[in-house]
Design a protein around this ligand. Structure first.
Ligand SMILES: Nc1ncnc2c1ncn2[C@@H]1O[C@H](COP(=O)(O)OP(=O)(O)OP(=O)(O)O)[C@@H](O)[C@H]1O
Length: 228
């Protein structure tokens, strides 16, 4: 990635310290990260090291006890709950490890949800063609309980990208997918990053995700280390 000016940072984390209540030691400490706009960055590291927690900090779903988290000029740590919720709806797409699809909505309704919550108008057809790109055309009218793990993950990815958020956070993006689908999902992600300039932070163990990311960071000893 080319060197960019200071103000092009999409995500800036400075000196973050975080501990879960009751823990005797901080999980994250002295953690820094700076992502350029349009950067696709992978976060690697063993289970339990705090990767999901890092995504939650960027989303304002976890609050650090020291340090700053800034996303596109908004200081996430300074938002109250209702402002944080509104900011998340407009600015973030989030693919959770457990998908969090709403069981009483169809796949198509789940995917259109961010558009509805943001008060955006949309065409059924646009949602449909988005689902088709992710190989979910047949499942548009299905309920989440009828999906395989891989299909549910793709629905969660579609929901995270449908409103074209400037920032995408993804936990184990291709974790439940076979290799062919994982490559298709990565193609879509790389395309989104290139077309829309989506700044993306993806937690992964998958070599095909890490190798296609612009940058790689390893989380260990409470902080992030840039990898070659
Ligand atoms: N809500 C919570 N309350 C207390 N401890 C938690 C909570 N969530 C996570 N932890 C603990 O914090 C540590 C880091 O969890 P986290 O899920 O961030 O790790 P991770 O690197 O994403 O792991 P994995 O790769 O297994 O998903 C773990 O020891 C976990 O048990």
């Amino acid at each position: 990635m080319p060197e960019a000016a200071e103000d092009s940072r999409a995500v800036r984390i400075q000196g973050v310290e975080f501990a879960y209540p009751g823990a005797d030691r901080p999980l994250l400490a002295g953690l820094d990260l700076a992502l350029e706009r349009g950067e696709l960055a992978a976060v690697l590291g063993p289970s339990g090291v705090g990767k999901s927690t890092l995504l939650n900090l960027v989303a304002g779903l976890a609050v650090p006890r020291a340090g700053r988290v800034e996303v596109l000029g908004t200081e996430v740590t300074g938002l109250n709950e209702s402002k944080a919720a509104r900011w998340r709806r407009g600015s973030l797409g989030f693919v959770f490890q457990q998908f969090h699809l709403l069981p009483y909505l169809t796949v198509s309704e789940n995917v259109a949800l961010p558009l509805a919550l943001n008060g955006q108008r949309w065409e059924e057809e646009a949602v449909r063609s988005f689902l088709e790109r992710l190989g979910l055309g047949e499942q548009a009218a299905s309920y989440p309980r009828h999906l395989s793990g891989g299909q549910a993950q793709r629905a969660a990815i579609a929901r995270a990208l449908i409103h074209r958020p400037p920032v995408l956070l993804a936990d184990e993006l291709t974790g439940n997918l076979d290799e062919e689908t994982a490559v298709a999902v990565m193609d879509l992600l790389v395309e989104a990053v290139e077309e829309l300039g989506t700044t993306t932070l993806v937690v992964t163990h998958a070599p095909e995700v890490a190798s296609r990311s612009h940058t790689r960071y390893r989380l260990s000893h409470h902080r992030l280390h840039r990898e070659p």
